[in-house]
Design a protein around this ligand. Structure first.
Ligand code: 8BR
Ligand code: 8BR
Ligand code: GLC
Length: 454
């Protein structure tokens, strides 16, 4: 069958059955994304007013976090120059105020948990229980209608309510997302690809604050979860990770005891100590989702420097290096499923076999294309419409390599006792924005797989 044929049939299978998946628990990071589409003239004027030399300093090397306006503007330039994503904590109140006054084009649901809750609950109709560190009215208003729940303590009892019924007057965790398109020009720089810089004006998600409801009543909250997704560990540092990790470990033990498959959505974690700690925690997960930069960063802490370099050397990313890295990770940690995504293709290495693994990642690629095109997935109709986005031709060589190396057939191969599934993705020519596509891919694939398992 052609890839278009495989896409169409996978979509039908998942659509028919995804509404039947049981409760999915999502923890821990939810925030508000204030998305700002950068304007070259405006940015340049701000840089000049702030002082070019001071700003340019930070475009060479990112600061650890943001304490001044030159650091903010310089970090944005760092991203633009390289076409790379970066995310930093904004510590300073005056800079937070500066970002607020600079403004944004739209407010969107943010954080892995928030994005997945809206997609799974609001679009696919899968019931979700979400951890939302702070429920302000603004935050609550960004949740879609549907079976989305947060635990609320009422007279010492946990009730599950829609976030808008929570009635919280808590703080707003604002992440300012500065998006730029490919070819965006400022000063002498030109962005080689579209991407974003994120300034997180957020004291909760950045330290992985866990609410009392989740600390004290986790057993109860998790009691009828069928699946779980964990994320939000990425901003922790060697200084502050110990306490939240203890809680996460305890939560994972509860889920493990109940045989709930848990997926870890890995996100770029700059702190090496934290990355090592995540690696140590991986045996408690069933599945993990990551991109090439994240896989390379794990190979680095596993002492596989050469392999890490190989993962970042070519475009499209060398699939043999990816497969090798996935084996190493699977063997070291015992995770049963690794879902790798990169610009142009996805791979899934699983301990088990079946076309449903490939079909679920095909479904995820349609959801990703819808998200890239519109910035949000308003309904399942937009996922169907993504069928019209052409399959990426640039990765034909990737498929050829996989056929040659592993005897891949229609995106499936057996390698060293594992199954390797491959798909070429659909790439939207001019994406509206880039933030949150990875979360859309990973949650659609993980939950989609459980929907169509025989
Ligand atoms: P994408 O551009 O494909 O999204 O990959 C993430 C990139 O962002 C990586 O290259 C990673 O180096 C960079 N990055 C992020 Br995210 N946060 C960063 C940080 N705080 N410091 C340095 N690089 C960062
Ligand atoms: P991360 O932010 O976790 O890297 O996830 C981004 C993923 O989004 C990439 O791996 C790529 O598969 C997908 N993607 C990007 Br970036 N741009 C896309 C586009 N224009 N159309 C479809 N998918 C895209
Ligand atoms: C990170 C950011 C958040 C964004 C999300 C998208 O969690 O902090 O602002 O919405 O990534 O993947």
């Amino acid at each position: 069958m052609s890839w278009d044929g495989l896409y169409a049939s996978a979509f039908e299978k998942v659509r028919e059955r995804i509404g039947k998946v049981g409760k999915v628990l999502l923890a821990y990071n939810t925030n508000i994304d204030a998305v700002h589409y950068l304007k070259s003239g405006d940015l340049e004027e701000r840089i000049r007013r702030t002082g070019i030399d001071e700003v340019l300093k930070y475009s060479e090397e990112l600061p650890e976090n943001i304490k001044s306006v030159p650091q903010l503007l310089g970090s944005i330039l760092w991203s633009v120059k390289r076409g790379k994503a970066a995310e930093l904590f904004v510590e300073s109140c005056p800079v937070r105020f500066y970002m607020k006054r600079w403004g944004w084009n739209e407010l969107r649901m943010g954080g892995q948990v928030g994005i997945m809750a809206n997609l799974l609950g609001g679009v696919y109709g899968v019931p979700v229980i979400a951890h939302v560190p702070q429920l302000s009215r603004l935050q609550a208003g960004l949740f879609k209608n549907g079976p989305i729940y947060v635990p609320k303590l009422v007279d010492g009892e946990v009730k599950l309510v829609h976030p808008r019924e929570f009635g919280g007057e808590e703080e707003s965790c604002l992440h300012h997302i500065y998006e730029f398109p490919r070819g965006f020009r400022v000063l002498d720089f030109e962005a080689p690809r579209e991407n974003r810089f994120i300034g997180a004006a957020d004291d909760y998600n950045t330290t992985l604050f866990i609410r009392d409801e989740f600390r004290e009543y986790f057993d109860e909250i998790a009691s009828n979860a069928e699946l779980a997704v964990v994320s939000g560990l990425q901003a922790l540092t060697a200084e502050n990770y110990a306490e939240p990790f203890e809680m996460i470990r305890a939560n994972l033990e509860v889920l493990n005891e109940r045989n709930v498959p848990v997926h870890l959505e890995f996100a770029f974690t700059p702190d090496e100590t934290v990355r090592k700690a995540i690696l140590d925690l991986l045996p408690k997960f069933w599945s993990v989702g990551l991109n090439e930069v994240e896989l390379a960063s794990i190979m680095e802490v596993m002492g596989e420097r050469k392999l890490a370099e190989k993962l970042l050397a070519d475009d499209p990313v060398d699939p043999v290096a990816v497969t090798e890295a996935m084996f190493k990770l699977a063997e070291k940690t015992g995770v049963k499923r690794i879902h790798f995504h990169t610009y142009g293709y996805y791979l899934a290495l699983t301990e088990y076999r079946g076309e449903f693994v490939r079909d679920a990642i095909l479904f995820a690629a349609l959801a990703a294309a819808a998200k890239a095109k519109l910035g949000d997935v308003p309904s399942i109709n937009e996922v169907v419409e993504a069928m019209d986005v052409p399959v990426n031709k640039k990765v034909e060589s990737v498929e050829e390599t996989l056929v040659r190396e592993y005897g891949m057939n229609e995106g499936m191969a057996e390698v060293n006792g594992y199954q390797l599934a491959f798909i070429p993705t659909k790439i939207v020519e001019k994406p509206k924005s880039t933030v949150g596509i990875g979360d859309t891919i990973s949650s659609s694939a993980f939950v989609g797989e459980f929907a169509i398992r025989p």
